[in-house]
Design a protein around this ligand. Sequence first.
Ligand SMILES: [Zn+2]
Length: 100
Amino acid sequence: MSSHTYDYLDGNAAAGELSKIFAMDVTAAKGQCAHCGATKRFAEAHLYMLGPGVVARCAVCEHVLLRLVNVRQRVFLDVRGMTYLSLDAAQLEASSDLDA
Ligand SMILES: [Zn+2]
């Protein structure tokens, strides 16, 4: 075990925050970690919701993939920890009945 003792959730816990920004379900997208190169579904990321926002870390190397912070009327999104995020365009058709 590592020295990390924080409890984390999986990336699905970010669905609410991310759905405010993206029309598509980012938790179903695949992202590549810019640190170790692992490509995984965002839902598999380790999500820390301890501060004023959300931090998602790579499930393999714990490098930060994404930070999202709400400051008054602005949302700051830092995704430099990911080389890319790959979304399924077919979702655009299916997401027309989002009533969550
Ligand atoms: Zn990684």
